[in-house]
Design a binder for this molecule. Sequence first.
Ligand code: GDP
Ligand code: IMO
Ligand code: MG
Length: 424
Amino acid sequence: MSVDVLLGLQWGDEGKGKIVDYLAPQYDVVARFQGGPNAGHTLEFDGIKHVLHQIPSGIFHERIKNIIGNGVVLDPVVFKKEITGLQKFNINFKKNLFISKKAQVILPSHKFLDDAYEKAKGDSKIGSTLRGIGPAYQDKIARQGLRVGDIVSPAFEDKYRHLLNLHKTILRYYNYEADFTEKEKEFEDALHFMKSFNIIDSEYFINQAIGNKEKILAEGAQGSLLDIDFGSYPFVTSSTTMTAGACTGLGVAPSKIKNVYGIFKAYCTRVGSGPFPTEQVNDIGETLRKQGNEYGSTTGRPRRCGWIDIPALKYAIMLNGVTELMMMKVDVLNSFQEIKVCTHYKLADGTLTDQLPYDLCAANYEPVYTTLPGWHCDLSAYRDRNSFPQQLKDYVCFLENALNTPITIISIGPDRNQTVSTKS
Ligand code: GDP
Ligand code: IMO
Ligand code: MG
């Protein structure tokens, strides 16, 4: 039938995993289209909390087919660990999980390269998750990467050795000491493990599903402000995190995309280096981090916290063609007497703009805020937008007007049940 896309509008960690899991029963297929083990998507239900890195967030639903698409960079070692961690849930992976032959493989040496490049950057490091993402995408674009489909080929060993030697030469240039012995053994075991899964021509699989009138949800990783083209370059990830990435990362024609769900937090966070105009390096930021438990799901690093940024959200909505918004972690603002919203940026010459500057790293602009009253109460009993405290209703209306897009889901806690749908 058609493909809906769900993606983050900020710097990642907006709560994509929770909402994919929540929406999954409405779909037949959930498919990841980019990124890799840099992602950490958290799901909570029935007292269980689980963080997924490469496996799509529809995996806990028995009926749903989950696809790791061609746009993903897949680490076999992390894959094996993830599957092992899921064993207790009795998931039928043979029936429910499919890996694209065209997904790129992350080698142990990609992770060493990631570390070497970051160390060489010194103070200007990206703050990468060091999962080998950048180097694996580099090899893809350089047309020398290894793909999942290659692992069953007799030529795999030669191709692997060739690429590994190249990586070793680069590592020597960086004077990077790397001990491969244990890592290679782990990698070989993981490749062997992966061969027993469904490795498929995912572009045919997905288009056949579309032809069979099945409903597909494309699950984004990272966020729009980390996009390789439109994010806060160079402090970005190495993939297209936008709606367009779902087309190339799954082999789906643009005309097949229907709804685009844009997820954002009721405030804003970022992990790693790079510009963050509304960051609050003060008590406000500390409170947001504490209340929101803002520590990376993949690396455990403290997330930087700040106020919501309307120019940045407008930019992401425009580029992604967002049709519906989903606001997450509203409960984290419960204790605030007042809430600030960055509505514009003021440029050096005093003009106001609601467009993002070319270089977010430049210091020639400052955020302009509007202050709204907080609701200052616990939201756990609320399950209906109409009964929300007036101040929360006003906050939602303010954002919908400013962003010119309806907010159809409001999340008031990490659990699947703590989700308010505002669709009539
Ligand atoms: P993702 O990468 O976009 O899937 O998001 P992460 O899982 O990295 O980070 C979101 C974090 O917020 C996770 O720990 C979730 O369990 C949690 N979370 C999601 N929605 C809510 C919410 O509405 N309220 C609160 N307090 N936590 C939430
Ligand atoms: P999910 O899917 C938040 C950030 C890193 C770093 C930059 C580049 O859970 O929202 P990389 O490892 O990709 O080379 O790192 O991007 N980053 C994320 N931040 N959530 C993520 O994923 C991220 N994936 C990468 O912190 O700043
Ligand atoms: Mg995350």
